[in-house]
Design a protein around this ligand. Structure first.
Ligand SMILES: Cc1ncc(C[n+]2csc(CCOP(=O)(O)OP(=O)(O)O)c2C)c(N)n1
Ligand SMILES: CC(=O)[C@@H](O)[C@H](O)COP(=O)(O)O
Ligand SMILES: [Mg+2]
Length: 618
């Protein structure tokens, strides 16, 4: 049998297939997903779960006139293959290749660049309103997972969309999983409605019956559908979605392509917001992923036969998790909070050891910060472990609900700096710049595991108010053999009498050390001022920098408002007469390996040395 997938070069080609061919198409898509992710890494289980759903969507809706907005966007591989990107799917998440997420720059079939959770309904509503204002035709569909539905933004979107009197479609892809098992009362609620018979049918039957009762039937049906009464709930088995202004249909088997197509076709003509509840299995079709969807949510390369991945020897996240456990054994006030990233942030052991002091808020970073603030008001010592890029969500809460309260919480900011293959939505390049604006904050940026451990203790006990410890994704880099981790706010490395000073912090210290060796080979002496506490900057570190004739600041973070810019301001205030160079990040950083990105940004050892040679050669 020839490949059906190869014959689909656009959604229009999909229309040419017969319904009988769709199961084979889905099987081919699954095979392609498994093969691609096993080579490139990526989000396996979520993508395997939405194959039939995506095929059904593209059979019924006509992208790009109809807009399909994927929440988070980690599950859009089938969508990419069906919308003209099959040839490039093997390049996904690699330099210059397809993004692992929908991307507006990549295809007209991606109406929204995404990566962060719970944005789909709000964005889809905006797209819908823009269409309406411009008189453009076409449907708008948001596809949101049950995990993403734990994010408050989704409800803000529904709250507005529920007032529409036009067709607007939300598909809830319910697989009972966030990355870990989904948590919270909405997850419990979905579990309850999953077990009820299809609401589509019940509702239809009741309305039919009422319509046939002469005189009172129709007005009563009308009143009933508009009401939020208990009677309606009893009769209709009504859902929260109905109460928010949506027609609710489901639950449906999300792997039954034909049924899904029938439902989508039916709801297309309803002049009202509609929520279709679809049940899928995360990891569907690959037994290792079905059995352990958590382990196959996001994976690096793996062996398809054995399901085994190459695992790193250690990581900052796991060192953080162990250290927090030991600190919590000494201090009963310590609580750990995650916003649906228990595994990624290294908190799994803590959650088992101290279940009563462990809190998973769901994908709700804003709530997590305010909740941590509340715990602190109540006398606890909360540690919120969160990826740098997701913490962006909690900025106002940090100011209003923590700093302003003069309470103490600790942020364990994981994935700080370049994250690599997830690309521009996930890079942790803004945290140092935005955190340092918050009154009273202390920020540590350890380079190695032992420094992370000591920074944790310092953040908890050596400073008042809000403190952050930020560290990168993955393993520590090469460490100069004669370097010992330091608890000081800064430390010095290299030739103390050198006129050239490299200043840096965090992971880049390793590269700076290598740059120092490269410079030495070329007869250039230099020293490094390594900042351990990056905010507030120690006055002594400024005095050390003042001794140099040329200062080169290297920063794995955004230049504008970053630590380097602030350092230069402090040097200026101290009437520094030498030269100051800042090499930091400008704008978004695309997907490629972490090492490739550092090279590209001029932050590899070689690039650092080149800059210094070119600026300091006579
Ligand atoms: C703001 C934000 N916080 C956390 C994440 C990390 N994250 C990505 S996918 C995911 C789980 C999403 O679950 P769901 O929407 O149900 O999709 P599924 O993977 O189950 O298909 C999480 C927590 C994120 N992308 N954005
Ligand atoms: C889609 C998403 O936001 C997460 O799955 C993220 O990709 C995880 O990143 P890590 O691989 O760094 O844990
Ligand atoms: Mg889910």
């Amino acid at each position: 049998m020839g490949s059906l997938l190869n014959s689909v070069r656009s959604p229009k080609d999909l229309q040419q297939l017969t319904p009988e061919q769709l199961p084979q198409l889905c099987a081919e898509i699954r095979e392609k997903i498994i093969q691609t992710v096993s080579t490139n890494g990526g989000h396996l289980a979520s993508n395997l779960g939405v194959v039939e759903l995506t095929v059904a969507l593209h059979r019924v809706f006509h992208s790009p006139e109809d807009k399909i907005v994927w929440d988070v966007g980690h599950q859009a591989y089938t969508h990419k293959m069906l919308t003209g990107r099959l040839d490039r799917i093997g390049t996904i998440r690699t330099r210059g290749g397809l993004s692992g997420f929908p991307n507006r720059q990549e295809s007209p079939h991606d109406p929204l660049t995404s990566g962060h959770s719970s944005t789909s309904i709000s964005a889809a509503l905006g797209i819908f309103k823009a269409k309406e204002l411009k008189g453009d035709a076409g449907h708008v569909v948001a596809v949101i997972g049950d995990g993403a539905l734990t994010g408050g933004l989704a409800y803000e979107g529904m709250n507005n969309a529920g007032r529409l009197h036009k067709n607007f479609i939300v598909i809830l892809n319910d697989n009972k999983m966030s990355i870990s098992r989904n948590v919270g009362s909405m997850a419990r609620y979905l579990a309850r409605i999953r077990t009820k018979p299809s609401y589509f049918r019940i509702k239809g039957n009741i309305e039919n019956t009422l319509d046939h009762i002469p005189g009172v039937g129709r007005p009563f049906r009308h009143a009933l559908t508009k009401s939020k009464s208990i009677l309606k709930q009893l009769l209709y088995n009504s859902t929260i979605f109905e109460d928010m202004g949506f027609y609710y249909y489901g639950p449906f088997d999300g792997h039954d392509t034909e049924k899904l197509m029938e439902v989508f076709q039916n709801v297309k003509s309803i002049p009202h917001p509609v929520l279709i509840h679809v049940l899928t299995r995360k990891g569907k079709g690959y037994s290792y992923a079905e059995e352990n969807p958590k382990a196959f949510h996001g994976v690096s390369c793996f062996n398809v036969e054995t399901g085994k991945a190459v695992t790193a020897a250690g990581s900052f996240s796991s060192v953080f998790g162990s250290k927090l456990c030991s600190l919590a054994s000494e201090d009963e006030r310590i609580c750990a909070i995650t916003a649906a990233m228990q595994e990624g942030t290294g908190l799994s052991v803590f959650s088992q050891k101290y279940p009563e002091r462990f809190f998973d808020t769901g994908i709700a970073e804003e709530h997590a910060v305010t909740f941590a603030g509340g715990l602190a008001c109540g006398g606890m010592l909360p540690v919120f472990a969160v990826y740098s890029s997701f913490l962006q969500r909690g900025y106002d809460q940090l100011i209003h609900d923590v700093s302003l309260q003069r309470t103490k919480i600790v942020l364990a900011v994981d994935r700080a700096g370049i994250v690599g293959e997830d690309g521009e939505t996930h890079q942790g390049i803004f945290d140092a710049a935005f955190l340092k604006t918050i009154p009273g904050i202390t920020i540590y940026s350890p380079s190695y595991y032992d420094e992370l451990q000591s920074s944790m203790r310092q953040a908890l006990y050596d400073c008042d108010g809000l403190a952050a410890v930020r560290y990168p994704r993955g393993e520590q880099l090469f460490r100069p053999f004669d370097f010992h981790g330091s608890r000081k706010a800064y430390c010095l490395y290299g030739n103390e009498s050198a006129d050239i000073a490299l200043i840096t912090y965090g992971r880049l210290f390793s590269n700076a050390c290598q740059a120092l060796s490269l410079l030495k080979e070329r007869g250039i002496e230099a020293r490094i001022i390594k900042l351990n506490r990056i905010f507030p900057i120690d006055r002594e570190a400024i005095r050390e920098a003042l001794k140099a004739k040329a200062v080169f600041f290297f920063e794995e973070g955004i230049a504008q408002g970053g630590i380097g810019e602030h350092f230069s301001f402090l040097l200026n205030q101290a009437a520094y007469q030498g030269r100051f160079y800042l090499r930091a990040i400008n704008g978004f950083v695309p997907h490629e390996t972490m090492m490739q990105a550092l090279e590209q940004l001029g932050l590899s050892a070689g690039e650092m040395a080149e800059l210094i040679v070119s600026e300091c050669s006579d």
